[in-house]
Design a protein around this ligand. Sequence first.
Ligand SMILES: [Zn+2]
Length: 390
Amino acid sequence: MKPVLEHYTVEQVLEGFVFNELEGKGLYGLDGRLVIQPEYQRHYIYGDGRRDVAVIDSLLKSYPLGLIYFNVDRENDRLEVLDGQQRITSVGRFVTGKFAIKVAGKEQVFSSLPKDDQQKILGSELTVYECEGTETEIKEWFQTINIAGVPLNKQELLNAIYSGSFVTKAKAEYSNSNNAHMQKWQAYVKGDPKRQEVLEESLDWVASSQGKSIDAYLAQHRHDTDIAGLQTYFTSVIDWIGSVFIRPPDKEMRGLEWGRLYEAYHSNSYKAAEIDKAVDELRADEAVKSAKGIYEYLLGGATSPRLLNIRLFEDRTKRAGYEQQTQKAKAAGVSNCPLCALGTDNNKTRIYKQNEMDADHVTAWSKGGSTDLANLTMLCQTHNRAKGNR
Ligand SMILES: [Zn+2]
């Protein structure tokens, strides 16, 4: 792929510019020959009164906007913006009166600017690399170029590589903040739909259930004209969560690995009312340090307390253990660290102060050992660390 360097004025690029307010997209330029937002591109995210305004300020100060890349689609005699969509859309929206900037403390829209400033914007030269390439080459471009200072995330990149009917339909469903179900989904799924993070999660769930990567799943379905498989799986997971946990979603339920949990547990049966009560109890239990772990803990039949990150020994338990152990050690003339007492060096008879020792579970807590005096041993810090690292 040999990029060709071209120069356009802003006026040329914006000829026939259309911005779709509903979808938040800049659509066309260069008199219809330039697709400003191909389907794999992210939505317009510069419309925040800061980044869009900065683009206009740069033009008025005659600063360059930076390199812009177009992809040449020879088959359809079109150009697609590979990198520069946010900048071009910002200028296009300004010139068509969609937002104002402050000049010397005064709000100005394009039409209220002095003529010479208008000319400065329209006459600004854009430096464009026009590239023609295969899928793989375009993929490499995307990985090396920094899209307008905001690198494409993983899913945005995948959407570019596997652009086609499937991605278009999947985006319409899962990357659309106006989807009526989005609020319900977002109680469980973390991320910004506009940055393709809900789409990514939905794909991850269905792909993982088939032992595939998102990449492989998209490659396989790229030219599908419906997304039924993706939708059915996603809905099954969401509905299952709501049937097991009947409570209004707790904030800790957002962003759990629901796809994995569904695969592991959905064929078990649960008594929803009992689960609900257990969730309440665990949430109220001060020893439970990880509220996020409660849901998997209960799905797994309350067998893995490590998921709850239970608080370790209470201070008074440690003190009692220390006193008991130290008295015995002194009487026997050995160290109060039982591991030091087994050794042959100077520490064999050393009596540590309590603040030089740490509490350790005799039977590991992860193996079901309890957190009480009977299962406590105080070790010097060196030995406790060594044990913890095993
Ligand atoms: Zn020791």
